[in-house]
Design a protein around this ligand. Structure first.
Ligand SMILES: *[C@@H]1O[C@H](CO)[C@@H](O)[C@H](O)[C@H]1NC(C)=O
Length: 190
């Protein structure tokens, strides 16, 4: 902010062609470098993860889908609170819809107020086991990296609801379908 203001004011007080050319070159060079940095960033993000910040995860757990769904719905409701504990994302959830067992929700980041859309879809191959397909995606079109926010939107609910504590709880995803998954997972408790 201050830098761009300084640039503007130096442009305003330097009418000579020489310095005008310098300002011109400077802004072109700065834009070129910025584009290059952006390009490299986009390419390296593309190489490992989804183009747009999002996360798909499959979980399986040996409890009926109805129970797993109820636990997640309760956890979302508990964390609709606007008052976020310091540095916590365990707040600002919103339950959008429940269709059968399927859940549609949103999460908003406490500081920047970015909104992510979350769905949990349930299926079961037998009565007492459940497969949960989770998907979280950032609404802002320009989001490429998310520091694992889309993964944490869902994982925090698994953890908070107690589902992840079950010895039968299995998680499967990868950096290809879940933005910054492995680096985020690495920073969490086992
Ligand atoms: C997941 O569930 C939602 C809500 O029922 C539904 O709209 C959506 O189509 C489902 N997605 C898949 C892949 O089944």
């Amino acid at each position: 902010m201050r830098e761009s203001r300084d640039l503007l004011s130096s442009e305003a007080v330097s009418p000579s062609p020489e310095s005008a050319r310098w300002v011109n070159c400077k802004s072109v060079c700065v834009s070129a470098v910025a584009l290059l940095v952006l390009g490299v960033g986009v390419l390296s993000a593309l190489a490992v993860g989804p183009l747009h910040a999002q996360c798909s995860v499959m979980w399986s757990i040996h409890i009926p889908c109805f129970d797993a769904s109820s636990l997640l719905v309760n956890q979302i409701k508990e964390w609709t609170t606007e008052s976020c504990p310091p540095k916590s994302q365990k707040c600002l959830y919103s339950l959008v819809a429940v269709n059968g067992d399927d859940i549609v929700a949103t999460h908003t980041t406490p500081v920047m107020r970015f909104v992510d859309d979350i769905t949990f879809n349930f299926s079961s191959s037998n009565a007492d086991s459940c497969e949960i397909k989770g998907h979280s995606i950032s609404r802002s079109w320009y989001a490429i990296l998310d520091s694992g926010t889309n993964y944490l939107n869902m994982y925090n609910l698994m953890r908070g609801s107690g589902l992840s504590s079950s010895p039968t709880f299995i998680e499967s995803t990868s950096d290809r379908v879940c933005t910054q998954y492995s680096s985020t997972r690495h920073k969490l408790d086992p």
